[in-house]
Design a protein around this ligand. Sequence first.
Ligand SMILES: Nc1ncnc2c1ncn2[C@@H]1O[C@H](COP(=O)(O)OP(=O)(O)OP(=O)(O)O)[C@@H](O)[C@H]1O
Length: 729
Amino acid sequence: MSTHTPSPVAEELAPEPVPDDVVNPGAAQIVNLGQRRADRVAAEQGLVVVGDDDGESVEAGTVLVGTVVDPPDPPGDALAFLDVRRTPVFPVWLSDSQTRRDAMRRAVAAVGYHAGVHAVRIPVYAALVAWYAPQGAARLTGRVLGWTSAEVGNWGLRQDAATRNDAKTWLELDRHRQRQASWRWWVTGAGVLAAVAAVLVVLSGVTPGWARWLLAAVGLVALARYGRPVDKPILARTVVRAKYRKLTAELTRKGIMATGLVKKPEDIVFPAGLGEIRREGPGYLAVADLPDGVIAVDVVDKREQLAGGLRLPLDQVWPETMPREHPGRLALWVADKPVSAMRQPAWPHLSGGATDYFKEFVYGFDPRMRKVMYRMDERNSLFAGFPGSGKSLSGRVVCAAMSLDPIVQFAIFDLAGRGDYDMFEPLCAPGLFGSGADEDTKRAAYRMLLWLVKQCDERGPIIKGWAQQGLNTENKLNRAIAMRDPRVRPIAALIDEIQELINDPELGKAASAAATSVIKRGRALGIHLILETQRIDKESLPKGVTSNIALRTCLAVPSHVEVDLALGTGAFRQGARPNQFEIGVDAGWGVRVGMGPMTTVRAAYLDRRTVEKICAKALALRGGTREQVDLPPARDILADLAVIWVPGERGQHWKTLAPRLAEKFPDAYAALTAEALSALVRALEIESRNVKAKGVTQRGIYHAQIIDALAARDRSDSDDDAEQVEEDR
Ligand SMILES: Nc1ncnc2c1ncn2[C@@H]1O[C@H](COP(=O)(O)OP(=O)(O)OP(=O)(O)O)[C@@H](O)[C@H]1O
């Protein structure tokens, strides 16, 4: 122990004395190397290693932050499986008369076809039988002799023994052959005798003539069959079995993997209860859950790669999203043959029976050949698609169905003038049918829209009156009211190539405003407007018109832009792919929204003659007469402006003039907007000007402009009259 007294500074710097009883400097320390290493690593990571003696540290227990994420499963309904009904009690062909009739028709057609094919070829068959039957007889004789003499097989072995100079074996084999042949000759002899006896019986008078011919024919055919080469059948092949790929889990995974969206095949799961791959219509259906991050729309988008992976034509592969299921669930339907080559079932309404404006009817069939329904009440329709995509024929199916409800009135304008709707003319009141690409037809179509606006005005109070009398619980047209009151019969109004009217410089704006008004107000009043267009852009399909149409069908279009314009923004994202339809091949195919889930559907194919027959029947249902309607008179906008002009006003805004016109002439101008009025006047080559009225400057017209234009028109009319008089002289 040291004895010197330390200086105060040295005392401060000196390490604190360690009590002897804590550390024994002489004792060797045992170092836990593993602990040291762990401490060093922890120190490098900035962690503090605490010893057992650190009073500040506490042991980390289970820390719960927030609520429990996975709550315990709710008790499941153990008996839920009792409510699942997948297979109908009776097969569909037994319970559904339409399917039964269809199956019968197909069976009769098939029998007729095969019988016809073979009947025509009977001379060829006879020649082939005559050629092969002797060969068959020679072959049969050779075989019987070969067996009887026991040479078959034995001869080859004997030859072998002879080649080897093995006389003993040769003799042994020959003895064996003789032993076999000795009893076989008896069998063959007996057989020949029996055959000769049979032939004598057949040739004798005991056997009727027809049986003789039949047995001779059967015998010859049997010999010919025996004598023909294996690869040369006598009967023509009439059944070529459809080649289809049976969809299996492995194949489904292979197809989906080909899209490049999924990394591991085992990530594609077939959900229990839904996932068994099964027959569905003329094809197979697989329902698969895609891995996290992949949704069914992604697969729909990669339909081509999917079809490539399945080694099938595109037309046979129909991936779909599943409405009301999670977005990662894919329904993959694979047809037995390309859908464009499949025959649609017959349109059920052809086989008689009336339709009902207020109920569903069959519009067409989906790729799985299931019926797709359509409904008119409280809706309007839009058919958009490129030329040749099948719009007119699709709209025609709707009109044909409605013609079978005798209380439905028609108003039809075909602005292409191709005559697709000519057969409906007798069902339309005078003035409510037009077909042509000329100005007069457009004017008549516009007038029809004005008539519909007027109908909207008049029908509201009538329907309300009937509803108050207990014919409906709401102020909407129903069948009871329509049957009771002829003034409110349902109207199916159609304009084909509506873009011709909407883009018209004179009538466009006014027609668009009138159509919007009818679409918005007419639904509940029994007015269903069907618009068809081949130009799909913002100008031809103004938002006011389309956004209020519930039932929209988009047929073949070039890109997703048209899909969203026709079906509504977001339709493409949700899996609508009418841009994949090929014009011509896929004519009539479309994607429909607005009634149940989004559906891919092809309208029933009704050719011109069929529709003509339906229309003839429809006219008979309506008593063979055309109704008369009270159309609004054709108006002269300049004269009408002069009538409503307030004396003393130098000029006036369009905004003020439009409601004045609507008030004075509601039949013609009820739906007129300031913009539409301006367009109507400008189309007469009269300028729209800045007009100051009541201290505000806005676009409008001066009174002097109207007076001048009327005077100029009068002058030109009188000049025309003078010229006419001159010509007549
Ligand atoms: N549902 C259908 N099933 C089978 N073929 C159809 C169907 N719809 C249309 N087609 C075929 O497509 C052709 C064109 O149809 P449609 O005249 O209706 O087309 P569109 O789109 O109206 O053409 P455009 O704009 O030129 O008038 C028809 O002549 C017909 O051969």
